[in-house]
Design a protein around this ligand. Structure first.
Ligand SMILES: [Zn+2]
Length: 165
């Protein structure tokens, strides 16, 4: 049997309740929860909070793999600041920039307040007119070769929670 907390292969597991979830865990992990003696209907899905955290974590892990396999350009997080800075350096009002790239002033205002994000065509117009780069290639971080699902155990989550306390 496999401990659902640490992933260890053990001859038998105990059912314990940890943060309102019943898990089959090994003897050493059983101390993290309260043992449940009566057979219970196993949850088929994780509680939403844990599922959300694991999902958020897997989202953070996935992009590294994507970029490690060749890299993709992404709209810079501070694209709105870049647009505003470049426009102000030229002494242009939002309306001036709008006129140059044939967009409404409201579009410029929304871009500079991050209310909207520019599509590819608009990115190219802004980059050309302002002489700036709005997209950037994210540098791959020494990518660990591990699948997101294998990396994500409840044991990791317990560790993560422990670190944040
Ligand atoms: Zn265990």
């Amino acid at each position: 049997m496999i401990c659902e907390l640490c992933g260890a292969e053990v001859p038998r597991t105990k059912n314990v309740a940890i943060e309102s979830t019943v898990l089959s865990v090994c003897a050493s992990c059983a101390k993290f929860g309260d043992e449940v003696m009566t057979p219970v209907v196993r949850r088929t899905s994780m509680p939403p909070v844990i599922a959300q955290r694991l999902e958020a974590r897997s989202r953070r892990l996935t992009p590294r793999d994507v970029y490690a396999q060749g890299g993709e350009e992404e709209l810079a997080d501070d694209f709105s600041a870049r647009i505003r800075r470049a426009r102000e350096e030229r002494g242009w009002k939002q309306a001036d920039l709008g006129a140059k790239i044939n967009e409404k002033v409201s579009v410029i205002a929304k871009l500079e307040s991050s209310t909207i994000t520019p599509g590819d065509a608009l990115v190219r117009k802004l980059e050309r007119e302002l002489g700036i780069r709005l997209k950037e290639r994210v540098q791959p971080i020494a990518a660990k070769k591990q699948s997101a699902s294998a990396a994500l155990t409840l044991g990791d989550l317990v560790k993560m929670q422990g670190e944040s306390r």
